[in-house]
Design a protein around this ligand. Structure first.
Ligand SMILES: Cc1ncc(COP(=O)(O)O)c(C=O)c1O
Length: 398
């Protein structure tokens, strides 16, 4: 038997959480596990701007032929402008270019294989903790994966420890940074912190790989790009992975890009030729539909304005839920204890709840979150904040 020795790998723990949540008959259950945005009705909506762009595509699209290894060039130009800024000097100098990928995950895998094949021997450094898929993607590409401290067991961001660790990273290694809305913790670097990280990265000649999966979900579309644009402006070479899953709500359409910033236009061409080669062996051509939707939106001032309003509505809803939960915890004397929830950014919050408290929340109060204490704030039902606060208070005093 060919398959006799093949064992079973454990499934994604979050999928197990979804099953348990779906089977729970408590009408007052909370799903704070899955990493998707939810509206006040608990739905992950299709944006109006997306619907309108899709209608246009149905009416106007002429062909479904292949779109080429780098994908749709108008998508590439528009996503580069969204990430780097419409007035980016790099774009004017043709020092930056985007390769369309199946989601941010595809961009990360393309970056991983590119590093493995074109920059052999370079290790990659991830924040501790980080999105678990970062760990497996780079390992799968054969890279040596190491970690720098980020958020410790006291549930605070330790920039000093991070900087100290980065000082020890071998010259030339790759360091992965979350542009904003750090997953899983929600703790972001301040602008002053970013300047310090830039200084180490420059001195140690590290190659930054900036994962930008939540543009618009932190402080706004432009504000969230601050760190990425700083690095792109100040350093000769940067890799950026951009995802349109969250901010366009296009999760299952698989839209993303790997944006490369190179020292000059000629070197960019060299690198892009390698990326097309690597992508050819991964997925040949990227899927078209989602990227065509994004290009239709970003290329039309009216649709873009509608989309920007929709992103802002998602962003401010999450911010309100953060503030609302901390407020709801105040009557229990816990507002200060959980004040960080309101300081964190993006969909996720490292609440600081222990694994036992998370288990109690699930068993006694039907509140579902990941064992690490990570809560998806976008999954919180704003009309039941008091109930959630009461449940949290109970497990904190049990
Ligand atoms: C940190 C981070 N990077 C990248 C991604 C990629 O997402 P997708 O492949 O769905 O675009 C995610 C999605 O959850 C993420 O949290």
């Amino acid at each position: 038997m060919h398959f006799a020795a093949i064992g079973r790998v454990p499934g994604d723990p979050i999928l197990g959480l979804i099953d348990a949540y779906n089977q729970d008959s408590n009408p007052n259950k909370f799903d704070l596990g899955v990493g998707v945005y939810k509206d006040p009705n608990g739905l992950t909506p299709i944006l109006q701007s997306v619907k309108q762009a899709e209608q246009r595509l149905v009416d106007q699209q002429q062909t479904k032929t292949y779109i080429g290894g780098h994908g749709d060039s108008s998508f590439g130009a528009l996503i580069s402008q969204l990430v780097l800024g419409a007035d980016s000097a790099l774009l004017a100098a043709q020092r930056a270019g985007a390769t369309q990928t199946p989601g941010g995950t595809g961009a990360l895998r393309l970056a991983a294989d590119f590093i493995a094949q074109c920059l052999p021997g370079r290790g990659i450094w991830l924040s501790d903790p980080t999105w678990p898929i970062h760990e497996s993607i780079f390992a799968a590409a054969g890279l040596k994966v190491s970690h720098y401290p980020y958020v410790g067991s006291d549930n605070t961001l330790s920039v000093a420890a991070m900087l100290q660790a980065l000082e020890q990273v071998p010259k030339g290694d790759v360091v992965l940074l979350h542009a904003c809305c750090h997953n899983p913790t929600g703790f972001d670097l301040s602008q002053a912190d970013w300047l310090q990280v830039l200084d180490v990265v420059r001195r140690r000649e590290l190659l930054p790989l900036i994962d930008f999966a939540y543009q618009g979900f932190g402080d706004g579309l432009e504000a969230d790009a601050w760190s990425t644009r700083l690095f792109a402006r100040e350093l000769p070479e940067v890799l950026i992975t951009s995802s349109c899953s969250k901010n366009f709500g296009l999760y299952r359409e698989r839209v993303g890009a790997l944006i490369v910033c190179a020292n000059d236009a000629e070197k960019l061409k060299d690198v892009r030729s390698q990326l097309a080669h690597v992508a050819r062996n991964l997925w040949s051509n990227p899927p078209d539909h989602g990227a065509a939707v994004v290009a239709a939106i970003l290329g039309d001032p009216q649709l873009k304005a509608l989309w920007a309003d929709e992103v802002e509505a998602m962003r401010s809803r999450i911010a309100q839920l953060r503030a609302g939960l901390v407020e709801a915890l105040a009557p229990f004397g816990l507002a200060e204890h959980f004040a960080h929830i309101n300081e964190q950014r993006g969909m996720f919050s490292y609440t600081g709840l222990t694994a036992e408290q998370v288990q109690l929340l699930r068993e006694k109060h039907s509140v579902y979150m990941v064992g690490s204490g990570r809560a998806n704030m976008a999954g919180v039902d704003g009309t039941r904040l008091n109930l959630l606060a009461k449940a949290i208070a109970q497990v904190c005093t049990d």
